[in-house]
Design a protein around this ligand. Structure first.
Ligand SMILES: NC(=O)c1ccc[n+]([C@@H]2O[C@H](COP(=O)([O-])OP(=O)(O)OC[C@H]3O[C@@H](n4cnc5c(N)ncnc54)[C@H](OP(=O)(O)O)[C@@H]3O)[C@@H](O)[C@H]2O)c1
Length: 502
């Protein structure tokens, strides 16, 4: 395919006014950082809701103080002048905008990245629908009023249609229309089975309906749907290994390396589809570029929105087994000091076996620890923590025990359209991706950003880990001893009560 003759990414987006939703989230803040550092923007307007007694302005000011923005503060000290904070809530039909903010947006915005969503798998349907479905409808209505809009990228998920095994870059019908969805809010008790149908959670379910909304009402806009798989820590920008949440594999890895999670519902040879957040942002920006050129002057003619699956499994598949095995290598070199036990895992796929393993490896030690706390006059907490973490793992079961076949032709085709310069500035290809170094960065990222441990404590941590190792061996020996004693007792019991005469 010949390279596109239009202007490159930076040239296309230069001096543009961006509107970003979900800017306080994992993906949104990474996007802002990259746009400010690399794209000579005119303005970035962010729609942010007030939360926990903090105004939208306060929240954004706090966000920019995070170490994640260190590089930006150094490279673009005057970054703040490009940010326009707009107080708003997507659940509100008018997004809660003041009339002056509304007028400013419709006069000025050129590019929209709609990232806001609730990503909780167990969110009540009504809340998930209000944010993910109706929030998207509200954004589309606002976009339709905009006078200078050149591109709209709607962020969905590669798992929006996860009941299918094969996911192409096409619009599939969801189980229900947004209008009918409203009638379901009262059926709270019957919710999971009756309404969700084949969808495993309210998150994927509402993201699927939101995509249908785009295809129904967004087709007079220059719009694309971007579907990333599981978004993990940064690969390199602004620094390697950065993350600020425990969603997906990183959450499981954190629980494992601190010795808290000891048994996991997971099929080690299944592919976990993970994409670094900075690569994801680069792919999104490239999709915006493609959207602008695809629709330039033509979007009134009702072009179909294009879908981009952004996945790693097509070019560089990574199995759960490899991910966890690699994590173990780095764990041996730098175990966390805060470990509560030596790392030890048993994987299962059968729910009954899982129940037994959880009882033996989580509940019994937790009950023992809680008893110790009680004796010392402290509040018990371990059993409660395990019950919470196990419910979270149950929500992940659907994703850790199966894999999908994705088609990513549009995303690959887009990569071929980029100039050499754009490819190096907005790298997102998984061709020959180095998982080993990524997992190493992921490990040290978890240690630093989630567990807040500095590498200076490594020798202390190794010493502690050695003690935990021997404690662990002692414990295993003790369990073996108990099991053998039980067998001996059973044997003696049986032979005492039963006589066999041939
Ligand atoms: N993380 C992943 O692995 C992943 C994978 C595939 C796709 N995605 C998609 O990527 C997008 C971003 O995900 P993320 O991981 O960055 O999620 P996140 O960290 O939970 O951020 C969600 C963002 O949405 C905002 N938001 C939620 N409800 C809102 C409302 N009513 N009004 C205004 N803002 C609202 C949140 O604002 P507050 O701070 O006010 O709550 C936050 O900024 C989502 O569309 C998600 O579906 C994520």
């Amino acid at each position: 395919m010949s390279q596109i003759t239009q202007t490159g990414i930076v040239e296309t987006l230069k001096d543009g006014t961006f509107l970003i939703t979900g800017s306080t989230g994992f993906l949104g803040k990474t996007l802002i950082e990259k746009l400010l550092r690399s794209c000579s923007v005119k303005n970035i307007a962010v729609i942010v809701r007030s939360k926990k007694g903090l105004t939208a302005n306060h929240r954004i000011a706090n966000m920019f103080e995070q170490t994640f923005f260190d590089r930006l503060r150094k490279e673009l000290p005057e970054y703040a002048k490009y940010i326009k904070v707009i107080d708003g809530d997507l659940e509100n039909p008018s997004i809660g905008l003041t009339s002056s903010d509304h007028d400013w947006l419709i006069e000025n915005v050129n590019f929209i990245f709609h990232c806001a969503a609730t990503v909780k798998f167990n969110e009540p349907l009504e809340i998930a629908a209000k944010i993910n479905v109706y929030g998207t409808e509200n954004m589309l209505s606002l976009a339709k009023e905009m006078k200078n809009l050149k591109g709209f990228v709607h962020v969905s998920t590669a798992y929006s249609h996860c009941p299918r095994n094969e996911i192409k870059e096409q619009n599939y019908p969801a189980a229900i229309t947004p209008e009918n969805l409203k009638n379901m809010f009262d059926l709270k008790e019957e919710l999971p089975q009756k309404i969700l149908g084949d969808w495993p959670n309210t998150y994927c379910f509402t993201k699927a309906i939101a995509e249908n909304v785009i295809f129904k009402s967004g087709n007079h806009l220059p719009i694309s749907v971007f579907r990333p798989s599981i978004i993990g820590c940064t690969k390199s920008e602004p620094c390697p290994g950065w993350l600020d949440n425990m969603n997906g594999p990183s959450g499981i890895a954190t629980g494992v390396i601190v010795g808290f999670i000891r048994t996991i519902p997971l099929e080690a040879n299944k592919v976990t589809d993970m994409v670094p957040v900075d690569y994801t942002v680069n792919a999104m920006i490239s999709v915006m570029w493609n959207t602008v050129h695809r629709y330039q002057g033509t979007y009134e003619t009702n072009k179909e929105p294009k879908i981009y699956n952004y996945v790693s499994s097509v070019e560089s598949p990574l199995t759960w087994g490899k991910y966890i095995k690699e994590m173990q290598v780095y764990y041996q070199n730098a175990p966390p000091f805060r470990s509560m036990w030596y790392r030890f895992n048993v994987f299962y796929t059968n729910i009954w076996i899982g129940m037994i393993l959880r009882f033996l490896l989580h509940r019994i030690p937790a009950a023992f620890m809680d008893l110790l706390l009680l004796v010392r006059g402290k509040k018990t907490k371990l059993l409660k923590m395990y019950s919470k973490i196990e419910s979270m793992m149950d929500l992940l079961y659907f994703f850790t025990t199966r894999q999908w076949t994705f088609d990513n032709s549009n995303t690959k085709e887009l990569w071929l359209l980029l100039s050499e310069e754009d490819r190096s500035m907005f790298q997102y290809s998984f061709d020959k991706f180095d998982w080993n170094s990524y997992i190493e960065d992921n490990f040290y990222g978890i240690r630093k950003h989630i567990l807040h441990e500095d590498i200076s404590n490594i020798s202390e941590a190794i010493t502690k880990n050695r003690k935990l190792f021997w404690l662990h061996q002692l414990f295993i020996g003790f369990i073996f001893y108990i099991v053998i004693q039980i067998f001996w007792w059973l044997k003696s019991f049986i032979f005492y009560h039963i006589s066999i005469i041939f």
